[in-house]
Design a protein around this ligand. Structure first.
Ligand SMILES: [Zn+2]
Length: 385
């Protein structure tokens, strides 16, 4: 058992100064003046002056590595546990990405299983950029229905030079199989869509919905801040559908991208409901820079910590209240992806907690285990130094 005393709790709604008691993997009490249960072994942590937030959910991470668009030497390495914990991320959704040709969904699944063994919560999207998209069992819906960790499909690439340019009928078929697989498996069956740089990038999604019984909310388009015209279209699309903002690439492409921390206010002003907005890092994706002749001139890799940086900037620079800004990295994602027990601090939910002070991450629990204490990692991945 761990008892955190006297911290400002954001559920993400602000609950006031509370004590929070966790036992096993769950939150068992949130209230005032909670005492350790007599006769039990309880670690009491004075959390005066700390803010407690739910463990962040990062729902688009290339956990098994990605990239390679600049040749074999540009393939990115696998995610390491410490990259999540130092970023306050306790739940992650892995995906394959551009390279569905030499990498496979099986390795993403095994990496997710590995992260779960290391203590955090992990799920995956089956599929990759390409259509027909790679799967484990031969069908998107079957993967989602049968494999515990698979909650949807993606990232399927549209409106991009690396897309296989799926027809509207192909998109509908993928989304219908994901939806039915989700119904059978009790999952969200979401189709995560990689949005590229083409003009009118949302057109294939509008057409898929017009020609079928699908709703726009079956799709979760990501990279919606990658340039000004996609972001303008996102202000309209987001009134009915979900909008995912990528946090890790902005510092490398500030001349094109909309800074994630600024997007919340701009989308809200345009009439997009807050519950439709999510942030993800796209960590371990490669961020190649090309010159005008198409030569690779630089190579960077995103990290999950970008989420926390943009959350801090949204609060401190854009003056979005913490309880609102937090939703894009916690409860909104848990609701959209149906991650039960995640994204909120309340009795019965999983004990995924992050304590911050002066915008530094000081304590992290994942499924009830203390992973970071006083800013020091207590747990690292199997091969981390
Ligand atoms: Zn992408």
């Amino acid at each position: 058992m761990i008892l955190f005393k006297n911290c400002d709790v954001y559920s993400p709604e602000y609950l006031g100064k509370k004590d929070v008691l966790i036992a096993g993997s769950k939150i068992i009490s949130v209230g005032e003046q909670i005492s350790p249960i007599a006769g039990t072994d309880c670690d009491v942590i004075d959390a005066t002056g700390y803010q407690m937030i739910p463990g962040l959910i990062d729902a688009h991470v290339h956990i098994a590595g990605a990239g390679g668009e600049g040749g074999p030497a540009t393939r990115t390495p696998e995610l390491q546990l410490s990259m999540l914990l130092n970023a306050g991320v306790t739940s992650v959704v892995g995906c394959l990405g551009t390279d569905g040709m030499t990498r496979n969904v099986e390795s993403v699944l095994m990496k997710a299983k590995g992260l779960k063994q290391e203590g955090v919560s992990a799920w995956i999207y089956t599929g990759a950029y390409q259509v027909p998209t790679p799967t484990i069992t031969g069908d998107v819906g079957r993967d989602i229905a049968l494999i515990e960790e698979v909650i949807g499909v993606g990232e399927i690439a549209i409106s991009d030079h690396r897309s296989s340019v799926p027809t509207v009928n192909e998109l509908i078929r993928i989304a219908e199989h994901a939806r039915v697989g989700g119904m059978l498996g009790g999952k969200a069956g979401i189709v995560n869509i990689h949005m590229g740089d083409l003009e009118k990038p949302f057109k294939p999604l509008y057409e898929a919905v017009e020609k079928s019984m699908l709703k726009l909310t079956q799709f979760l388009p990501t990279h919606c801040n990658r340039n000004d015209y996609i972001f303008e279209d996102a202000k309209e699309y987001g009134k009915k559908g979900y909008i995912d903002i990528t946090t890790s690439s902005y510092p490398y492409f500030p001349e094109y991208e909309i800074k994630p921390s600024k997007t919340i206010k701009l989308l809200l002003e345009a009439g997009v409901p807050l519950e439709h907005i999510t942030f993800t890092s796209d960590a371990c994706g490669s961020l190649p820079g090309f010159d005008d002749a198409g030569n690779l001139v630089r190579l960077e890799m995103g990290t999950p910590h970008a989420n926390f940086r943009e959350l801090a900037d949204a609060v401190n620079e854009e003056k979005i209240p913490l309880e609102k800004a937090l939703k894009v990295l916690t409860s909104n994602i848990a609701d959209i992806l149906k991650l039960n027990g995640k994204g909120r601090i309340c009795v019965g939910n999983d004990a995924d907690l992050v304590l911050i002070k002066n915008w530094e991450i000081k304590f992290v629990t994942a499924n009830g285990t203390l992973m970071l204490r006083d800013g020091k990692l207590l747990k690292k991945g199997s091969y981390e130094a």
